[in-house]
Structures are given as C-alpha cells and as structure tokens.
Design a protein around this ligand. Sequence first.
Ligand code: GRF
Length: 212
Amino acid sequence: MLRVGVLVSGGGTNLQAIIDAITNRQLQGVEIVTIVSNRKKAFALERAQVSGIPGTWISPTSFANRSDFDQAMIDHFTTNKVDLVVLAGYLVILGEAFINAYEGRIINIHPSLIPAFCGEGFYGLKVHEEAIKRGVKLTGATVHFVDGGTDTGPIISQKTVEVLEEDTPESLQKRVMEEAEWLLLPEAIGLIAKGRISIKENRVLIAIEERD
Ligand code: GRF
C-alpha cells in the first residue's frame, strides 16, 4: 500500500476525486493516511471527516517561525509514515527542509499547461484570467513533482482543455477541474503506486504497464 498524505487549503474537490477513485477501486494500492489543511475552516477537512480519514490543521501562523512550521510538518508526515505527499490545492509554499525531506515524493496539480501561466502569483482564478486575457485556445492542467522552485519540478502528466469564446475565469476554472484535474491527479498517484514513474535528468519517464 502506498501511504498518501494530502495537503489542502480550500474546497478539496481534488481531494474528493482521489477519495472517490479509491472508493470505486479505480485507484488501487493506495491509502490516504492523513489530510492536512493550513486553514481550519477549509471545506476539505469536512470531506476528510465524512470519509473517515484523519484530518488535521497545521498553519504557519501558529508557529514562531517558518523552520518550526516545517519541522512540525516533517514530524507529522514522518509519524504517519507517509510515502507520497500530494498537494491538492495547497496554497502554502513549502519550506526547503520539507522539500528536502520528501525529495521526489511530493506532487502538485496546477491548473494550466506548465510552463504557461505558472510560477509565483499564478494560483486560483488568476491562472484562468491570464489564459483568457492572452487568448489561448487550449489550456489544461499539469501534475508535476515539487522541487525548490514554484511549479518548476519534473512534469508527470498534462491534459488539455478547450477555451471557449464565452468563457469567464470561473467557467474555465470549473471546466479545467472537471475535464482535467480530477482525472489527472488520481491517475498520477496510481502510476506512482505501481512504481511506473522514474525521473531522469529532470524528466519523468513512465514505464509500460506489465501484464500478468
Ligand atoms: C485547483 O484549481 C488546483 O489546481 C489549484 O487550486 C484549486 C483547488 O481546488 N491549485 P480544490 O480545493 O481541489 O477544490
């Protein structure tokens, strides 16, 4: 079993997609062992409760400094024996100590086709606002490993979504979630659980599925 810890900040629809994929057995060999939010009121924590998965709140604002927060996060994930950290709409930039402790074992979902509309400041509706402003005809989502930069880690998978003329940032955000994010994230976790993912020179290689 791959022991997954999910980090959230908001509504948690990506978290829900992972939970649903496990429940309907599309995603096998995976167990969510902890859900951590930096916001006490995040609806994602209610989803955790409904699903019977331990949810907790760890916020940088409750610590004297960043390194204490990082250490508390490392302790929490180590205690829970987490193999893979999944950022599912997590809005805190992780500290170096945490990233080093879980190097190659943290993945994130970003709502654009990286390297477009990503990096510092590109989160939430802003990403979709900029895509519409630039007039791109295709956007999408990307699952990638997390390294020291913002949205710079090796790319695992991407999926395109059409931008319609009548799209608002809100309608585009919704379609990118429905058509790309909710599919990509469980799929990427499944590939990692099956040991099919490796990183070579900053590029992700996906091994062909072995048939039995
Ligand atoms: C998603 O668009 C995700 O890509 C972005 O934040 C949003 C999170 O939504 N980083 P939810 O909390 O999973 O509903």
